[in-house]
Design a protein around this ligand. Structure first.
Ligand SMILES: *Cc1c(COP(=O)(O)O)cnc(C)c1O
Length: 370
């Protein structure tokens, strides 16, 4: 029997709690509370409590969050920032628009930045390391911190995919000078449009960031610096507040889905799985994505599509170092190989256990029962 298992169902984000969202819209609308009102403050406070970070600053999206954090943290022209090539172009463009130079390196065995290749990318101009906490997994921050200490570098985190993800019990986005969150609808905590936040324990970055997101105006409305507009809509903050209350359940459900995939797919030697967090021991994953590695990836993708299963190749199949139009020319053979083989399976709140088992059945069928 053929089922329809979409990769992501955008309307489900809304319809899953439609009554409450409409009620919230009406309530916020009647208050006329659209820009930087109490819902935003409450949301920032709630994220701060949840992650244990000192300051949370709601902004327009995660790309802005990173760029503002880099600017506030003093990244300037000529500074190199080491990133993983397996990330969204946003990580690189945030460095670029802050004035720095993004330096992509290899993807590691855990799909996060390969820590050994960070060291070989360090030059006299290197100012910071910005690991991407990809697919809801936090990188080995002990090793990254050791490198940062050894070479006197700052750490920033692209934690856009990792709200609630932990390493040694500490939340993604709270390790370095600053981290970011994205509330793009397909993220684990998604709103109905764009949204993001800066996370930081650094008071100086906090003070600069709240000025930068609001035209350089201080609490008296006085303009004290050149800045820009990148505010998180109060209405989106109200919707996010509602969802954050149920966030632990969402994470639990995604971990359950991942568990089914893990248990079933590990039986097939032709499928490369990311080492499960319990094997590594230090990680708590939130499974923003479930990404596998296989030979004949494009054939499998088509086979799944013909049987109703939506899949996606992250970044449209292009890691950062292959964005030739942007001037990158690094040679990263391991990342190239990974991008011939990677595929993301459905991982979202609208699929059932039966759907997940069906996806596994189709994959086994493709590999002739493994
Ligand atoms: C989604 C995402 C971003 C960008 O988030 P926006 O809110 O759309 O700006 C940045 N980095 C990573 C790894 C992402 O997945």
């Amino acid at each position: 029997m053929t089922r329809s298992v979409p990769f992501f169902n955008y309307s489900h984000v809304f319809t899953s709690n439609e009554f409450k969202f409409v009620e919230t819209f009406r309530e916020v609308g009647r208050r006329g509370a659209f820009i930087m009102q109490k819902d935003l403050i409450e949301f920032e406070r709630a994220v701060s409590e949840y992650t244990g970070v000192k300051y949370v600053i709601g902004v327009a999206n995660a790309t802005d969050a990173l760029e503002i954090a880099f600017v506030a943290g003093g990244i300037k022209s000529g500074d190199e920032v080491i990133i993983c090539s397996h990330t969204m172009m946003a990580t690189a463009s945030a460095v670029k628009f802050a004035g720095g130079t993004p330096i992509p390196t290899e993807v590691g065995y855990d799909r996060c930045i390969d820590i050994d290749s960070i060291e070989s990318a360090i030059t006299a101009k290197t100012r910071a390391i910005c690991p991407t906490q990809l697919n809801g997994r936090t990188s080995d921050m002990d090793r990254i911190q050791a490198l940062a200490d050894k070479y006197g570098l700052d750490i920033y985190e692209d934690s856009a995919q990792a709200l609630g993800s932990r390493f040694n019990g500490k939340h993604a986005g709270t390790f370095g000078r600053a981290g970011c969150l994205s509330f793009y609808p397909a993220k684990v905590l998604g709103c109905f449009g764009d949204g993001g936040a800066i996370l930081t324990n650094d008071e100086d970055i906090y003070r600069k960031s709240i000025l930068i997101r609001d035209h350089g105006r201080n609490s008296d409305g006085q303009v004290v610096m050149w800045a820009r507009n990148s505010r998180l809509d109060n209405l989106q903050a109200a919707f996010l507040n509602l969802q954050l209350k149920e966030y632990s359940k969402v994470v639990e459900r995604r971990r359950n889905i991942a568990n089914i995939y893990n248990l079933r797919l590990k039986c097939c030697a032709r499928i490369g799985l990311r080492p499960a967090p319990e094997i590594i021991g230090k990680n708590f994953d939130i499974y923003q994505n479930y990404e596998i590695e296989v030979d004949r990836r494009d054939e499998l993708k088509m086979y799944l599509k013909e049987r109703g299963v939506g899949t996606l190749i992250q970044w449209n199949g292009q890691p950062i170092h292959l964005l030739k139009n942007l001037g990158f020319s690094q040679n990263l053979p391991r990342t190239d190989l990974f991008f011939d083989r990677c595929l993301m399976l459905p991982m979202n709140m609208s699929i059932s256990d039966d759907d997940v088992n069906y996806v596994c059945d189709v994959i086994f069928d493709f590999f002739k029962k493994c």
